[in-house]
Design a protein around this ligand. Structure first.
Ligand code: ATP
Ligand code: MG
Ligand code: FE
Length: 341
């Protein structure tokens, strides 16, 4: 099927055209990051308004770049949740209206389902696999038995990894969002310069905790006489990043060993992190596991990633009706085939 997909769960407005759940014909992303950076984080009301301004433009661009007209679109997939309710409703309302007007089926997709299936747009990966979802709101390990069949194995008990990057970036005066900046500085620093904690590393489960690393860094910053700059700043960034990615890798590989899942997908915005990509690749290779990272444009929030599940659901006769509602909070284990409406 030829699907038009729409994502508006947080601060990116995105539309994509995806064929048969695998081939991305276009994937247009309008980021609101500059608007929210002024406030040091996402302002929900502003996000909704910016989605409203951007959504039709982004859809037009996606169709133009794909070289297809609206009449060729056979179905719609849209992020139903989790996310900011006002933001979600913009994408959902547009998708519903278009589905009615074009007389085509519509399906709601879970945002994290989008993230963890995104690598299928670039690689054939056999199910089952282990997925580490690392983003602004999630740090979860999922068992993926197929499209629509997910089980949470572990999760963060406090901050998400991306949230930790963003908070630490603010602490260091590096602005919002912080992941990419810290990643860049870390490449120039010594990851062994400071020994930040590795929370829950020894606990025999697959849960994470990142607020302790952030607090340790806060105390370190407060203990300094002046601003942290230059090489010192790079060393702090590198040491913080190392603490986070070591825990991510260690817990993920432990889960892979225990479950026998030897294919690992790492997805979500933090999967852009160069240090994480390198360390996970190296460590997984020691165990003979295969690791898949989506390309950066498919790691961050984007609509193309919704095409994988959207196509499978619609092809399987699982469509939503006009009662479809947005869900601000929605555990992935409760999503899947039986989710509609
Ligand atoms: P969720 O997917 O949980 O709903 P979200 O959609 O806001 O949250 P994403 O857009 O998937 O999250 O990812 C954004 C997060 O990724 C931010 O916290 C950002 O700092 C982080 N991030 C982006 N690039 C990098 C990087 N290179 N290194 C580390 N973190 C990064
Ligand atoms: Mg975002
Ligand atoms: Fe996301």
């Amino acid at each position: 099927m030829l699907l038009l997909t729409i994502e508006s769960s947080c601060d990116e407005t995105s539309a994509a055209v995806v064929r048969d759940g695998r081939q991305v014909l276009s994937n247009v992303i309008a980021s609101q990051v500059d608007v929210h950076a002024l406030y040091g984080g996402v302002v929900p009301e502003l996000a909704s308004r910016k989605h409203l301004e951007a959504v039709t433009v982004v859809i037009d661009d996606a169709l133009r770049q794909a070289g297809v007209g609206l009449e060729a679109i056979e179905g719609m997939a849209v992020t139903r949740g989790p996310g900011l309710i006002g933001a979600l409703l913009v994408g959902l309302s547009v998708a519903k209206a278009m589905a009615v007007a074009l007389e085509i089926p519509l399906v709601g997709v879970h945002h994290m389902e989008g993230h963890i299936l995104a690598p299928l747009l670039e690689n054939d990966i056999a199910f089952p696999y282990l997925a580490l979802a690392v983003s602004g709101g999630h740090t979860h390990l999922y068992r993926v038995d197929g499209i629509g069949r997910y089980r949470t194995l572990g999760r963060t008990l406090d901050d998400a990894a991306g949230e930790a990057f963003d908070k630490v970036s603010k602490l260091l005066g590096l602005g919002y969002p912080g992941g990419a900046v810290i990643d860049r500085l870390a490449a120039e620093g010594n990851p062994r310069a400071f020994d930040f904690p590795r929370p829950l590393l020894k606990k025999p489960n697959y849960d994470f905790s990142f607020s302790g690393i952030k607090t340790a860094l806060l105390y370190y910053v407060q203990g300094q006489n002046g601003p942290i700059e230059g090489t010192h700043l790079c060393d702090v960034a590198a040491s913080f990043q190392q603490a986070v990615i070591e825990v991510l890798c260690e817990k993920t590989l432990r889960a892979a060993r225990d479950t026998g899942l030897n294919r690992i997908v790492v997805a979500g915005g933090v999967a852009c992190n160069k240090g994480l990509r390198r360390l996970m690749g190296e460590r997984a290779a020691l165990d003979g596991f295969q690791v898949f990272f989506p390309s950066p444009s498919l790691c961050a929030d984007n609509a193309a990633m919704l095409g994988v599940a959207g196509d499978a659901y619609l092809a399987g006769g699982c469509a939503a009706d006009q009662d479809l509602n947005a869900k601000a909070s929605w555990p992935l284990d409760q999503a899947g085939w039986a989710q509609q409406p």
